[in-house]
Structure formats: structure tokens, C-alpha cells
Design a binder for this molecule. Structure first.
Ligand code: T1G
Ligand code: NAD
Length: 700
């Protein structure tokens, strides 16, 4: 027996325990150990039943994802074969589940004859989030156990189902109090002593038979998932596998599932989504801030400025159960900010995604003041006032005077120099940027900006806080626009130049939308409000390098008072109450007149040119950021773009996507664009180096 699997005999019941910390991944050693344990139990007359469980925090998080794509491929036994043999056992096999049973871990449990779970357990088949389908019988056994509609929801969403709901659905048989292994051993004995028949999921048909008569279930489900699954292959493949469970005998359905799994696991989409899985876990690892760096307790918080961002930021604290005080310049501004918070919660309650009681609890955690003195004892302050350096330094000076010495002072600035803000205080080691994304109570990303003097303790505390308030924190360095917005400017700048050269906003938006972004740059600008960017550009006008090309199109539109959806028109126009962008001839005429005024002869712009001219400079800027050490890893940049800008997860983020395209291709196009369109497009040294070496960002 390998160390990965141990067996203890409890009076005729073999308890088989998986040992592969931290998540009991079903890697090769576990699979061979399991096979040996089951074969031994099958042939040992003294063993009358088997219980399978996992050591440590959980039952199992499924297949070892790091094995995928490896050459040579993972050795036999493969999981499907193992589970088929287990299910066919004549001796009862009981799964004793705690923590989580996910993916292949839950498929293992589905092969057992009974599934018992401890309270607090979560089970599920999240393979779709990795760009694959469950590959060890999950798409064939689960519909037979819980029916097609429920199986479609569970498998296509990839969500983790809490124990009580899982029992109600039939995913598990019972939630047991006390030690789940003891309960499983007792259950096994009952099965033996009472000669109870063994229930094999693969043999069940009644639940799938119901769907056999109503194939429209799948059509309706495909319609329902279309928007969320846009661009992803795996959700559609999951539906097709469940359809096979309805229309094919078990063995054939299993073969269909296996063929689908093997095709997808080798796909670029799955490679991209697996990259995102690991990259998301890597962002928390900061070489010069060791895992055991002591953090400061964050039990209370404050937010200064309760506008578009401040309100959402305050909600994050309340949602995490942390009392938060919002501060504003006047009672009127305070009331306006609190009203928006209340409206946002009420909207969530009306959609049934939050109970009224929870809303009241959260509002109860939000207090309001116009007196700085009320912030004296909070553990952290997030400043979200207008994007003006003078104002921010004034606010930080006041906070430094009133807040207790150990309080962390953070700024939600989207572009300004955190070091200069810190210079307004006597505690630069406790000053950090915490750049939330709009809407701040929804978007998962926090770009945490370390200043030159920000201490490891402050960094560790804020990275931990990101997790506590349900965000993905990525540590970045100080520069104009940090990581996300700096790359956004490089892409947006070229889009504006393309407008002057022959394109129109709707064409560019369509190309970027079809590429997989939630929306194009102009629809996004209209949503966020064009005045925010205009205020920033005006602030930068004095320092803008005169030798570099600058497009005036955006400024000209703002000068017309067109700030986007909030004014009913921006780059596009909007019918009252509608968020659907409509191409506006007035804007097209304005753009044509700007081209003429600049002596630019407008030309046909292809969609491919738009994609290259927008996305390659974005990647190139990412390479410059890595060159300057302002992001730790290419994967961190990918996570910033996936969670901050909705970059399609099935492309893995801009840096991973660049490797799929090939850095040589991107470098060659950047060189051509640089020759044709000037300095903004100079290839980054890192891009040049890697392209010439035939390497990718993934090799860093
Ligand atoms: N394989 C390899 N490594 C894994 C892993 C896995 N399945 N799950 C987690 N890790 C690593 C992770 O990278 C991290 O490493 C450490 O474990 C702790 O994870 C045939 C083919 C279980 C809810 O999709 O959702 O089965 O950073 O930081 O917050 O159909 O991990 O420390 O070096 O996330 O407590 C399907 C994936 C696989 C579940 C725990 N299973 N895991 O969360 O810890 S495909 C999944 C999770 C499959 C079959 C198919 C979470 C968790 P490091 P962590 P956590
Ligand atoms: P906003 O105009 O909606 O809100 C700013 C609030 O600050 C207003 O309510 C104002 O009354 C208040 N305020 C001004 N001076 C103050 C003072 N001295 N003390 C207390 N409150 C004061 O602006 P916003 O969009 O919420 O932006 C706030 C900050 O967040 C800016 O730094 C901005 O760059 C940044 N940010 C904005 C976005 C976005 O999409 N809007 C995204 C990320 C970061």
C-alpha cells in the first residue's frame, strides 16, 4: 500500500483513507493506492464492506490538475476505470465526505453505493471552470441520481453545493452529525447485516427517462446559458454529455464523455483556464513578504468619500461583517451616498439574492459622519475622494493627524502617485493603494499598490483583507495607471487613433466584444462615465509629452457635454432607460471632421487590424510593466485583466493569450506598427528578447 492511501480494518469494514495534502488530489500515487486497496478488499474474505474517506481538510478536490497536459500523460489506472470497478463491487462501499468533494473526488463518491457527509461539506463538479467536462462519469451518473434539470445546473455552473441542498437534490444520501467515518462504518455494517441491495448510480434510469420524452429541456437550457457561456466551449460540451446520458446506454455515454474530456483537456481554452486557476493562487505569493509575515487585525474600517466608489467599497466591509464608517464633506453628500448604498442592497433583495434581514444587518454595520474625530480608532481607512492630488494629500494629512498610529491609510486612486500621497503623512510605511474597480461591491479585483516605503506588514495585512472582503488582491507597483489602467490606456490610445484613420466606435466595439471582452472600449467608457477620464486627462495635459501623438476625439465629445449613459449620449447614444448603445451619425461626422482637420485620409480598417492594433500594444505594455518590476509575474497581469476588465478567462488573460498567439508574431507586428505609427508602439525590450529566444511569458 503506498503512503498516499492507507487502509485500516474496523471489524470487517476496510476504511480506505486518501493522503495527498493539501487537497487529496487524485494523482497517480493516489489512484494506484486506491486500486490496490479496493482489489485487496474485494478478495479479502474478512472484509465485508469498504468506507472511503480523505485525511486532513477534505475528502478530495479531484484530479491533480497539475498532471494535465504533462508528457508522458498520467499513468493508469485512469479514474473512470477505477470508479467503474468500485461501483461494480459486490461489497457495499460508503463514501464518508467532509470539507469538499469536487470533480473527480465527487465522481469517486458517485461511484460509491452510499454518500454520507459531515455538516458544512460542499460537493460539486467544477470541471467546467477548467475548460473541461467531468471526465470520470460525473455527466453520466449525476443525471441518473438527481435528474437532468438539476444536473444541468450543477455541472454547467460548476458551483459547490452545500450539504443540505446536496442532500435535498439527492447528490448525497445523508448529512450526519458526529464523526462521518464512524457513521459510514455503522452504515456499512447495516448494509451487510440487513443484506441491503446496493444502489449503483449507473444502473438508475427513471430520472433520465423523464427527460427522454422532453428533449426541449436542452434547447431551453442552452438558451438560458447562452449569455453567460459566450465564447466558452466547455459549458456546451457539458450539456452535450448530459444529453448523451439521456439518449445513450451508460457505457456509450461514458465513452462520449471520455472522448469529450480528452478533446477539451488538450484545448487552448482549458490550458488558459487552468493557467488562470493556478495564477489566481499565485498572486498571493510575494517573494519579499513571506507567508508568515505578521498582519494587523482589521476589525473596523472607514471610507472617506461616499461617491460612486466609496459607497461600493463600504458595502464590501459590511458584507464581510466588518463595521465601517463613511465620511463625507457634508451631510447632504453623506445622505446621497447612503441612499445609493441602500438602493443597491434593495435591488439585490428584490432579485432574491439577499434576504431583507441580511440587508438590515449590513446597513446596521455602516455608520456615517462628517467628523474626522469619529475615525480615530478604526484599523483601516480607504480614501475615495475626487482624483486630485492636492485634495488627496490634504485628506491624508488630516487622517494621519486623527487616526491611531497603527491604522493603515489606503487610497483608491486610479492613477495618482501613491508615494506622493504618502509624503503627506508621517507613516508612509502604513500607506498603500487599494484600487477597486467599478462597481466596487461587485468587481472582484483589488489592485494593491505598494509604495516605496509600504511595509511588508501593511502589504500582508491588505492582501489578507482582499480575501476577507471577497476580492482577489494583486500587488502592483507605482506608475501612471498601475497595471490595469496603464495597459488599458495603451489599447485605448490605439483605438482612438484608428477612429481618426478610418474606423468608427461601433466597429471597434464589435471586434473587441467578439474577441470575448464584456464590451468594447467605447461602450465601456460610456458605462463608466466619460467625465472621469476627461478630468484625469485635463490633469495630465501640462505633463503630456508633446512629441507623442495625442487624439482629441474623446475630449471633443466631452466638450459637447456627452458623458455617456449618464447623459444619454457619449460615444454612442442611448434611448431613455436603455443601456443599448446606438451608433450616432453626429459622432461619425465629428470624427470625420477631426481626420480632415489633421489632414488624415481615412481608409478601410479591417477587423484583424483593429484586433492587432488594440490588443498587441496592451500586451506590449504588460511586457514593459514586467521589465520595470511593477508586476511580479505575467500571471498576475492576467488575473488583473480577468477580474478587473472581464478579459475572457478562456483566453487565460492577455499575457497567456499572447503566448498562444506567439510572441514572435506579436513582436513582428509591433515592429511594423512602430515604423508606421511612431513611438507609442515601440516594442518592449522583454517582448523583443523573448521573441528572439523563441520563448513566451510562460517561460519567465
Ligand atoms: N489539483 C492540483 N492542485 C490543486 C487542486 C487540484 N485539483 N486543487 C487545489 N490545488 C492546489 C492549489 O493550487 C494550491 O496550491 C493548494 O492546492 C491549495 O488550494 C476527472 C478531471 C479545493 C476548494 O476544480 O477549488 O477532477 O498555491 O489555495 O482556498 O472529472 O482548491 O498552495 O501551491 O485553492 O482552501 C476538479 C479545484 C479537478 C477543484 C480548496 N477540481 N480546487 O480551496 O485552497 S478536474 C477542482 C479548488 C477533475 C475529473 C476532472 C480549491 C479548494 P498552492 P487553494 P482553498
Ligand atoms: P465621485 O465623484 O463619484 O465621488 C467622490 C466623492 O468624494 C464625492 O461624494 C465627494 O463629495 C467626496 N469628497 C470630495 N472631497 C472630499 C473630502 N475632502 N472629504 C470627503 N469626501 C470628499 O468619484 P469616484 O468615481 O467615486 O472616484 C473616487 C476615487 O476613486 C477617485 O480617486 C477615482 O480615480 C477612483 N476610482 C474611480 C473609479 C470609477 O470607475 N469611478 C474606479 C476606480 C477608482
Amino acid at each position: 500500500m503506498s503512503d498516499a492511501v492507507t487502509v485500516s480494518n474496523r471489524d470487517g469494514v476496510a476504511v480506505v483513507t486518501l493522503h495527498n495534502p493539501p487537497v487529496n488530489g487524485l494523482g497517480f500515487a493516489v489512484r494506484t493506492g486506491l486500486q490496490a486497496a479496493l482489489e485487496a478488499a474485494a478478495t479479502d474474505g474478512a472484509v465485508r464492506a469498504v468506507v472511503i474517506t480523505g485525511s486532513g481538510k477534505m475528502f478530495s478536490a479531484g484530479a491533480d490538475i497539475s498532471e494535465f497536459g504533462k508528457t508522458p500523460p498520467p499513468g493508469t489506472p485512469h479514474l473512470p476505470t477505477l470508479i467503474d470497478a468500485l461501483e461494480a463491487s459486490q461489497k457495499p462501499i460508503i463514501a464518508a465526505i467532509h470539507g469538499v468533494a469536487l470533480g473527480g473526488g465527487f465522481e469517486l463518491a458517485l461511484g460509491c453505493h452510499v454518500r454520507l457527509a459531515a455538516p458544512g461539506t460542499r460537493v460539486g463538479l467544477p470541471e467546467v471552470t477548467l475548460g473541461i467536462v467531468p471526465g470520470a462519469g460525473g455527466t453520466q451518473r449525476l443525471p441518473r441520481l438527481i435528474g437532468v434539470p438539476a444536473a444541468l445546473d450543477v455541472i454547467v455552473s460548476g458551483t459547490m453545493v452545500p450539504a443540505a441542498k446536496a442532500q435535498a437534490l439527492g447528490m448525497i444520501d445523508e448529512v450526519v452529525e458526529g464523526d462521518v467515518v464512524d457513521a459510514a462504518v455503522a452504515c456499512a455494517r447495516r448494509y451487510v447485516d440487513e443484506h441491503r441491495p446496493l444502489r449503483r448510480a449507473s444502473a438508475l434510469d427513471d430520472k433520465v427517462a423523464e427527460a427522454r420524452g422532453t428533449p426541449e429541456i436542452f434547447g431551453e437550457f442552452r438558451k438560458k446559458m447562452a449569455r453567460r457561456a459566450r465564447g466558452f466551449e466547455a459549458p456546451h460540451a457539458c450539456v452535450a454529455c448530459i444529453e448523451a446520458a439521456v439518449n445513450q446506454p451508460f457505457a456509450e455515454g461514458l465513452a462520449t464523455e471520455r472522448e469529450t474530456f480528452l478533446r477539451l483537456v488538450a484545448s487552448d481554452q482549458s490550458k488558459a483556464q487552468r493557467h488562470a486557476f493556478f495564477a489566481e493562487r499565485q498572486v498571493a505569493k510575494i517573494p519579499d513578504v513571506p507567508k508568515d509575515t505578521p498582519t494587523l487585525p482589521i476589525e473596523t474600517a472607514a471610507v472617506v468619500g461616499c461617491g460612486t466608489m466609496g459607497g461600493g467599497i463600504a458595502m464590501n466591509f459590511a458584507n464581510a461583517g466588518i463595521p465601517v464608517t463613511v465620511f463625507e464633506v457634508s451631510q447632504e453628500a453623506l445622505d446621497k451616498g447612503l441612499a445609493i448604498i441602500t438602493k443597491n442592497y434593495a435591488a439585490t433583495v428584490s432579485k432574491g439574492r439577499l434576504s431583507q434581514e441580511a440587508m438590515d444587518t449590513r446597513l446596521g454595520l455602516i455608520s456615517a459622519t462628517v467628523d474626522y474625530g469619529d475615525l480615530a480608532e478604526v484599523d483601516v481607512v480607504i480614501e475615495a475622494v475626487f482624483e486630485e492630488m492636492g485634495l488627496k494629500k490634504e485628506v491624508f494629512g488630516k487622517l494621519d493627524a486623527v487616526c491611531k498610529q497603527e491604522a493603515i491609510l489606503a487610497s483608491n486612486t486610479s492613477t495618482l502617485d501613491v508615494n506622493e500621497i504618502a509624503s503627506a503623512t508621517g507613516r508612509p510605511d502604513k500607506v498603500i493603494g487599494t484600487h477597486f474597480f467599478s462597481p466596487a461591491n461587485v468587481m472582484k479585483l483589488m489592485e494593491n499598490v505598494r509604495g516605496a516605503q509600504t511595509s511588508p506588514q501593511t502589504i500582508a495585512t491588505i492582501m489578507q483583507l482582499s480575501k476577507t472582503i471577497g476580492k482577489v488582491g494583486v500587488l502592483v507597483g507605482v506608475c501612471d495607471g498601475f497595471v490595469g489602467n496603464r495597459m488599458l490606456y495603451a489599447y485605448r490610445r490605439q483605438a482612438d487613433f484608428l477612429l481618426e484613420e478610418g474606423a468608427f466606435p461601433q466597429q471597434i466595439d464589435k471586434v473587441i466584444y467578439d474577441f470575448g471582452m464584456p464590451m468594447g472600449p467605447y461602450a465601456m467608457g460610456d458605462l463608466a462615465g466619460l467625465d472621469v477620464g476627461w478630468r484625469i486627462r485635463k490633469g495630465q495635459a501640462a505633463t503630456r509629452p508633446s512629441h507623442l501623438r495625442y487624439s482629441t476625439v474623446a475630449d471633443r465629445i466631452c466638450e459637447l457635454g456627452r458623458f455617456g449613459q449618464k447623459t444619454g449620449a457619449g460615444w454612442h447614444r442611448y434611448e431613455p432607460g436603455s443601456r443599448t448603445p446606438i451608433a450616432d451619425p453626429e459622432i461619425e461626422q465629428l470624427i470625420v471632421s477631426i481626420s480632415e482637420a489633421q489632414g488624415i485620409t481615412r481608409r478601410e480598417i479591417t477587423d484583424q487590424e483593429i484586433l492587432e492594433r488594440c490588443m498587441y500594444p496592451l500586451v506590449n505594455e504588460g511586457a514593459k510593466i514586467l521589465d520595470e518590476g511593477l508586476a511580479q509575474r505575467p500571471g498576475d497581469i492576467d488575473i488583473v485583466w480577468i477580474y478587473g476588465y472581464g478579459f475572457p478567462r478562456y483566453r487565460g488573460g492577455p499575457m497567456f493569450w499572447a503566448d498562444l498567439v506567439g510572441l514572435k508574431t506579436i513582436y513582428d507586428v509591433m515592429r511594423r506598427l512602430h515604423d508606421e505609427h511612431g513611438d507609442w508602439l515601440e516594442p518592449a525590450p522583454l517582448l523583443k528578447k523573448l521573441a528572439e529566444q523563441g520563448k513566451g511569458f510562460g517561460d519567465l
